[in-house]
Each structure stands twice: as C-alpha cells, then as structure tokens.
Design a protein around this ligand. Structure first.
Ligand code: IPE
Ligand code: IPE
Ligand code: MG
Length: 242
C-alpha cells in the first residue's frame, strides 16, 4: 500500500564519482548506466509501476562538446545492449523530451526500443532526454491552443486538466517519490508541473553508487511520510482509521 507507484529520479553525481576515483568523467557515465540497470531490476522486484529518470537535460548541451558526444554514444550503446533484457523483463520503455534534435542513429534506437517494448506492462521506464520542465509546459500550452477552435480559449478550455493532457507525462499519475542523488538540493528543470505534491528525497550518494540497498532506504523513508495534499494531519489519520 505504501509503495510509490511512480518514482522520478535525477541521476546526478557521475562526474564527481569518477573524479573521486581519479577516473575520467566517461567512466562515471558508464558506471551510471550499470546503476540504472540495477535500479530498474529492483524497481521490478518492488512492484514500482513507473520510473522516470533524467538522462539529459535541455541545459546539458552547454557541456563541452566532447562530453555531449560521449553521452550520445553511450545512450546508443546502452539502448542497443539493454533492449533485449528490458524486453524480457516486461519493461515498457518510452522517452520524453525533444529527441528530434539528436543524431539519426540515436533517434532510430529510441524508436526501435519504444516499438519493441510497447506491449509490455511490467514497469514503465520513462527516460527524459533533451528534456526541460519549462519547455514541456510551453509545448503543452502551444499544443492545447492549437487544439482549440479559433477564438476559443475561455476558462473551460484552459484548465489544469486540459493543459495536463498535453504534457509529456499525461496518462501517468504524478510521481509519489522524487529521488536526487549527488547531494544537490535542486530540481534542475525536471518535471516542474508534476512534482507539485511529490515527496522529495535527497541523498549525498553519487548515482553510480546508488544500488538496491540505497533504493530501499529511499522507499523506507517514503513509507514514513504523511502525504496531506493540503489537509490537516488529523483528517488524514481519521480517514485512514475509518
Ligand atoms: C549526471 O551526472 C549525468 C548527466 C547529467 C548526464 P553529472 O555528469 O552531472 O555528474 P556531476 O554532477 O558532474 O558529478
Ligand atoms: C541534472 O543534472 C540533469 C541530469 C541528471 C540529466 P545536472 O548535473 O545537469 O544539474 P545541475 O546543472 O548541477 O543543476
Ligand atoms: Mg551534475
């Protein structure tokens, strides 16, 4: 009952993990992929429905060109290497973000992975790539306006519900639990709309070290939270005992 249905993760700290070991940043990103594999497997074991992970932000293009290239290469290799295993584990893979600007090769790996796993229903793994929360909200506004007959635009047309239908994650419940590794206490433009009432868990652990034990710690912490959604704590206790 207290298992979060949807977990959103900012997988941060790959670079610092590598630096602490005297390794190049690339080694941190590679180790990050291994960590993600373990987290997905553990998510399946724990019955999580949706895992949304931040792989590349719309601001990450500002990194040195060599790091951006490396990340794109790693995405392609990881997708091609992992897709069979993901498929066999009944994982449905999908992407949010503007992937149309990525190189053709990555776009076709993404398309192939999404198509291959489209009928799976064990765990939804949503990868945010070239994603930004502000971009998502602006795109949703544009899509909503384009869907309205011209001249329309009153309160009934533009509401939290209608705008929400045009967001990238429409169809999924909002995240129950947010996890950010790597010690930074910020959102970095991730899921600005959807995290309105999410429980926020921050850990100093660098992403490559975030294993199933660390994942369980976050889940245990979540169990201890009381989610009130604006109500009083007495109201919550009363409705639970009723
Ligand atoms: C997160 O790790 C991975 C991506 C942003 C792609 P970082 O690369 O941000 O690692 P740090 O924050 O520099 O340690
Ligand atoms: C957020 O991490 C993006 C991803 C993990 C993909 P960053 O490392 O880019 O965030 P900032 O720049 O430190 O806020
Ligand atoms: Mg970082």
């Amino acid at each position: 009952m207290n298992t979060p249905k949807h977990i959103a993760i900012i997988m941060d700290g790959n670079g610092r993990w590598a630096r602490a070991k005297g390794l190049p940043r690339a080694a941190g990103h590679r180790a990050g992929i291994t960590a993600l594999r373990e987290v997905v497997e553990h998510g399946l074991r724990r019955g999580i429905n949706v895992l949304t992970v931040y792989a590349f932000s719309s601001e990450n293009w500002q990194r040195p060109g060599s790091e951006v290239e490396l990340l794109i290469e790693l995405f392609i290799t990881a997708l091609n290497d992992e897709i069979d295993e993901l498929f066999n584990n009944n994982v449905k893979l999908s992407f949010i973000g503007d992937v149309s600007v990525f190189p053709e090769q990555l776009q076709s790996s993404i398309q192939h992975a999404e198509q291959k796993t489209t009928a799976n229903n064990g765990l939804n793994l949503v990868v945010a790539a070239n994603y930004g929360g502000r971009w998502e909200i602006v795109s949703a506004c544009r899509k909503l306006l384009a869907s309205l007959p011209s001249g329309e635009g009153g309160d009934d047309c533009i509401s939290e519900e209608t705008l929400g239908q045009h967001l990238n994650l429409s169809g999924y419940p909002d995240p129950d639990l947010f996890i950010r590794t790597g010690g930074e206490i910020r959102l970095s433009n991730f899921l600005l709309w959807q995290l309105a009432y999410t429980e926020m868990y921050f850990t100093e652990v660098y992403w490559p070290d975030f294993n199933s034990d660390e994942f369980d710690k976050a889940l245990e912490w979540y169990i201890g939270r009381q989610r009130r959604f604006g109500r009083t704590s007495e109201q919550i206790t009363r409705s639970k005992s009723a």
